[in-house]
Each structure stands twice: as structure tokens, then as C-alpha cells.
Write a protein that binds this ligand. Structure first.
Ligand SMILES: C[S@@+](CC[C@H](N)C(=O)[O-])C[C@H]1O[C@@H](n2cnc3c(N)ncnc32)[C@H](O)[C@@H]1O
Length: 203
């Protein structure tokens, strides 16, 4: 390995640890201070209807860490199969489950197995169900052409390999499938000191 490749691998490993730590903290202690919007305050800011937030389990709402509202454009229909990439505590999966109904299905994928367990518990408490697989967005643990719609909220910005994530999304989508992604982008090149700081990248 060259020095540059080693440095990149070590930064990626540090980032992965920081991502696991930070979003676990949002799930375990949602009332702690974070320097990003989260919970009900964030969901209201992104126009999630109050009746969804009242109906969803309080834990799923409190641990919401999305950056927008992928449901504004997802146009989910009963019977569809939906992927929620980076499903976190499961609020978007729950909303998707309500929309696709008992003839549809929702599959979450999250790097953190504890988040997957939490999301499934929250989905059951919301009267819907999801199958959450712990895995990585860079190698989505699903077969080719297996989902109708892929949602993702605040996740792809965390990857070092964004092109790979998009290729994976297109691989798992059925022909004619749809993507509804909300995420953050920077309009200007960030300084190396920001890019190389796992804490800043993870949040
Ligand atoms: C900002 S949170 C968003 C969670 C959820 N989408 C929401 O709106 O509340 C990012 C989530 O992505 C997951 N994640 C981070 N990197 C990932 C990766 N490489 N593959 C899959 N999930 C990842 C984290 O574990 C965390 O649950």
C-alpha cells in the first residue's frame, strides 16, 4: 500500500467509528446537544405532517436525524417494495410502511446493527413492519433489480465513495424504479482540515 492509500484507509476507518458513535448517541440520548437539527424539531422543519409525527412512536421521532423529507417526492403506492438506505431509528421506513401497506414491503439498510434492531422495534410499535439488514451503502445487501423505490435521508454525504453508492442504488432498483434522496452538498470545496476531520464529516 502506498502512504496515500494507507492514510485514506485509516481516515475511512476513523470516520466509520465516528459515524457509528455519533448516530448511536442520537438514538440512545436524543435529548443531548448535537450541532445539527434532529428529532421532532427537524421533522417539522422539513414538513413532515404533524399527524405522522403524532402517530409514530416517540422514540423514532426523537431519534430522527434526517436532513430533509424524501416523502415529498416519493409517491409511494400500495404494494411497492421500498429500500430505506441508512434507515437509522426508522422514521422514514415507518412512514413508507404505512404508505405501501400490507401488500408492500420496506427494507432498511444500516451500517449499525443496533440501529437496525431499534428501527424494527419502532416499526412494529407503529403497526407496520420492516426488514432491516445491517450492511453498507457501498455494498447494498440486496439482489439486482429488487426494489421499486429507494429512499435515503442524510446518509450518502457520509460516504467516501459516493459514486459507488449511486451505482449500487441503480443496481438494486427495478427498471422504471424511483429514487427519492434528501442529502446535503457543499457548494464550495471544503478545506483539507475539514475533509480530514472525522467528527465534522460524520455530522
Ligand atoms: C444522519 S443518520 C440518518 C438516519 C435516518 N435516515 C434518519 O433520517 O433519521 C445516518 C445513518 O446512516 C447510517 N450509515 C452511515 N454510514 C453508512 C454506510 N456506509 N452504510 C449504511 N448506513 C450508514 C448511520 O448508521 C445512521 O443510522
Amino acid at each position: 500500500m502506498t502512504e496515500a492509500v494507507e492514510a485514506q484507509a485509516s481516515l475511512e476507518a476513523e470516520l466509520k467509528d465516528e459515524i457509528l458513535r455519533m448516530y448511536q448517541e442520537v438514538a440512545d440520548n436524543p435529548r443531548s446537544e448535537f450541532h445539527f437539527y434532529h428529532g421532532r424539531e427537524a421533522a417539522e422543519l422539513f414538513d413532515y405532517p404533524a399527524d405522522w409525527l403524532d402517530r409514530a412512536p416517540a422514540e423514532a421521532v426523537a431519534s430522527f436525524a434526517g436532513v430533509g423529507n424524501p416523502h415529498l417526492r416519493s409517491d409511494l403506492k400500495p404494494g411497492e417494495t421500498v429500500l430505506d438506505l441508512g434507515s437509522g431509528a426508522g422514521l422514514d421506513s415507518i412512514v413508507a410502511g404505512w404508505q405501501v401497506g400490507p401488500t408492500g414491503s420496506v427494507i432498511g439498510v444500516d451500517l449499525n446493527p443496533a440501529m437496525c434492531r431499534k428501527a424494527q422495534t419502532n416499526a412494529a410499535a407503529a403497526g407496520t413492519s420492516m426488514d432491516c439488514r445491517s450492511g453498507s451503502m457501498e455494498d447494498i445487501p440486496l439482489p439486482d433489480a429488487s426494489v421499486d423505490v429507494a429512499l435515503s435521508n442524510g446518509v450518502i454525504n457520509l460516504s467516501f465513495r459516493k459514486r459507488r453508492v449511486i451505482e449500487e442504488l441503480f443496481r438494486v432498483l427495478r427498471p422504471g424504479g424511483r429514487l427519492s434522496i434528501t442529502d446535503i452538498v457543499s457548494a464550495k470545496q471544503l478545506s483539507q482540515s475539514i475533509v480530514n476531520d472525522p467528527k465534522l464529516w460524520a455530522s
